[in-house]
Design a protein. Structure first.
Length: 146
């Protein structure tokens, strides 16, 4: 992490290849999906995150596409939302444009802790199903062209 942040020049490691320069590690990591792996000072694995983190370019893509929290009626700007999987990563959901959406903290928790369901049949098209079975489909607001 310190190498990727530019704080050190410690070599990186590319799985199946071996050691790579700090500069090359930063170049490869720029638009990659990250998974946190914590090691001790000797390099032994202490913890592996189950969560995957969208690369900055993918996160920005979703923010620009969605513009606000996608929950119907919410106007929280996408820059202040969480970029989350529509189909959970643990349920084999991909970290991709077709499976990510901007939801504010409140509505992301609603999705995770209630029987609300969200599907994304096409990239950017979200269908929300309430606990009573009502559905509401949203599209991202288009940008006005002049």
């Amino acid at each position: 992490m310190t190498t990727l942040a530019g704080l050190t020049e410690q070599a990186g490691e590319l799985s199946g290849y071996g050691a790579i320069t700090a500069e090359h590690a930063r170049e490869l990591a720029h638009d990659s999906t990250w998974r946190r792996i914590l090691t001790d000072p000797a390099g032994h694995v202490l913890e592996v995150s189950h969560r995957r983190f969208a690369p900055p370019s993918l996160k920005r893509h979703i923010q620009l596409r969605d513009r606000t929290c996608r929950q119907p009626g919410c106007e929280e700007p996408a820059e202040r939302t969480e970029i989350d999987h529509t189909q959970r990563h643990t349920d084999h959901g991909e970290t991709s444009v077709a499976n990510l959406a901007a939801l504010c903290k409140k509505h992301n928790l609603l999705k995770e802790r209630s029987t609300w369901k969200i599907e994304q049949p096409h990239p950017g098209t979200l269908t929300f199903t309430t606990p009573s079975g009502k559905t509401h489909t949203t599209q991202p607001e288009p940008y006005e062209l002049e």
